[in-house]
Structure formats: structure tokens, C-alpha cells
Design a protein around this ligand. Structure first.
Ligand code: LK8
Length: 248
């Protein structure tokens, strides 16, 4: 039901969001724990760094598109999301899916050696040099550090990711009121989880993280435009269709 107010239905809402997060998170925390110290050797590093700009962008775009598809799956199981109009669902995903990908990336981050899980191993920022957008990668790493510092549990990440997606302030929504009601329920779920964990103090920090996410993703869209103007062939032919649908 779209308007849960009793505690039981808030707990049901949390349970379905946590389950959906777990089933669509691509890698389990314990899997990544095992790979934590698997780093690229010199040859592998050089192989990435000698890729051309558009080769490396295409290589990343495939992974990002894959990650976005998992976020679309995640969104479908957020209570109330599927009751929104198709256009509103697309509008929320168009602006929110990359933000959730970024939140999820921070789960794959090792703050001890400043590396991120990429292509099966942990990579430092220098692996992405051939992308020719050091500022974007720097910002991605910096954001991941900030997220790791909050030490969120998987359940807290699940509810936070749902709140990042269900945002009634997004542009071009048809039925803002309906999105607001779904957003309100997810907010109740997040406060419920934080209250249960005795960590209400995290709430303002999470809202601050959402503001950082928005600025970071406008940088991404700017980079994406730069890349598709600079390499129109790659951008228009090689990027997987979903990517074009969501970001073009
Ligand atoms: C387990 N792996 C992961 O979590 C990430 C997310 C999905 C797949 N993936 C990676 O393999 C990965 C991990 C770390 C980094 Cl830094 C990258 C490279 O990231 C990007 C390169 C180019 C453009 C990127 C853009 C842009 F600009 F398109 F919006 C935006 C984001 C956010 N990341 C970009 C990638 Cl692709």
C-alpha cells in the first residue's frame, strides 16, 4: 500500500528495500573483502594507461551501463515506485541512477590504499588516466571517501539509495505530489532504521551527502557531453542503448 503509517508497514517497506538492494548490488561486501588487496600489476596498469581516450571511455561506459541496469532493478522494488507513471519513473531514473551508482561505488572502495574495485581488481586513480578527466575521477574518489567515513551499514545504504532515487524535487515530474508521498514513506523508513541503530545523528550528514551527489552528477553530465561531442562516433554507436536513453 502506498500510504503505510503503522510501524509494521514501515518495517515491511524497509525489508523490501533492503532485500532489493542486496539482490541488485552486483557484489557482496564479503566478496569484495576477499579481493581487497588484489591490485593491478605494472603491465595491467600500463595496458589501461595506453588505451585511447575513447577506448577507455567505452570500457567504462559498458560497466556504468551495467551498474545502471542493476539500479533500475533496485528501483522497481521500492514500494510505490511502480505505482508512479512511466514518465515519472524514467524521470527519476534519468537523474538519480548515476547518483545511486556513485553511492554503490563507495561500497567498493578501499580507503586504506585509495583504490576502487574495477574490472575484477582494486585500482588507484592513475588507472583511469587515459579517460582525460582527472577532475571527475578525483571527485568520484573524494566522494567515496566521504561515504566510507560515515561507515553506513548495508541496510542504511539501501534506504539511503532509495531516498536518493525517490526525490520529488527532480525536474519534469508529472505528478510531484505522488512522488512526494512515496519519498515521505522512504524517509520514514530511513529514520526508522537510523532510530533503531541509535544513529539519528547521521540524518543531516546523509542530506549533506545528497547535495554533494547532485553537484557531482552535474559534473558527470558535463563530462559526458564533452566526451560525446569530442568522440561522437563512439558516443553514438558504441555506448549501450540504455546509457544513451538515460544520459543522452
Ligand atoms: C564495481 N564497479 C563499480 O562500482 C563501478 C560502477 C559501475 C562499474 N564500475 C566500475 O567498474 C568503475 C569503478 C570506478 C571508476 Cl572510477 C570507474 C570509472 O568511472 C567513470 C568513468 C567515466 C565516466 C564516468 C561517469 C560519467 F562521466 F560518465 F558520468 C560517471 C561515473 C560515476 N563514473 C565514470 C568505473 Cl567504470
Amino acid at each position: 500500500n502506498l500510504y503505510p503509517h503503522s510501524l509494521r508497514s514501515i518495517e515491511e517497506l524497509c525489508a523490501s528495500i533492503v532485500r532489493s538492494h542486496r539482490e541488485t548490488s552486483q557484489y557482496r561486501p564479503e566478496e569484495l573483502q576477499a579481493l581487497k588487496w588484489k591490485l593491478f600489476n605494472r603491465e595491467e596498469m600500463q595496458a589501461y594507461q595506453s588505451k585511447s581516450v575513447d577506448e577507455m571511455w567505452q570500457h567504462c561506459a559498458v560497466r556504468l551501463t551495467d551498474a545502471v541496469q542493476y539500479v533500475v532493478e533496485f528501483a522497481k522494488h521500492i514500494p510505490g515506485f511502480r505505482m508512479l507513471s512511466q514518465n515519472d519513473q524514467i524521470a527519476l531514473l534519468k537523474t538519480g541512477s548515476m547518483e545511486v551508482v556513485l553511492v554503490r561505488m563507495s561500497r567498493f572502495f578501499n580507503t586504506e590504499n585509495n583504490t576502487v574495485f574495477f574490472d575484477g581488481k582494486f585500482a588507484g586513480a592513475e588507472v583511469f588516466k587515459s579517460l582525460a578527466c582527472g577532475d571527475l575521477i578525483e571527485a568520484v574518489f573524494h566522494f567515496a571517501h566521504g561515504m566510507c567515513a560515515l561507515k553506513l551499514t548495508e541496510q542504511q545504504i539501501a534506504l539511503f539509495s532509495a531516498l536518493v532515487l525517490i526525490n520529488a524535487d527532480r525536474p519534469c515530474l508529472e505528478d510531484r505530489g505522488k512522488v512526494q508521498r512515496v519519498q515521505r514513506n522512504v524517509e520514514l523508513g530511513l529514520t526508522h532504521i537510523l532510530h533503531r541503530d541509535n544513529q539519528e545523528s547521521l540524518m543531516p550528514k546523509l542530506y549533506q551527502r545528497m547535495a554533494v551527489l547532485r553537484s557531482l552528477c552535474s559534473l558527470h553530465m558535463e563530462k559526458l557531453r564533452w566526451f560525446s561531442q569530442r568522440y561522437p562516433l563512439t558516443a553514438h554507436s558504441l555506448f549501450p542503448p540504455l546509457y544513451k536513453e538515460l544520459f543522452a
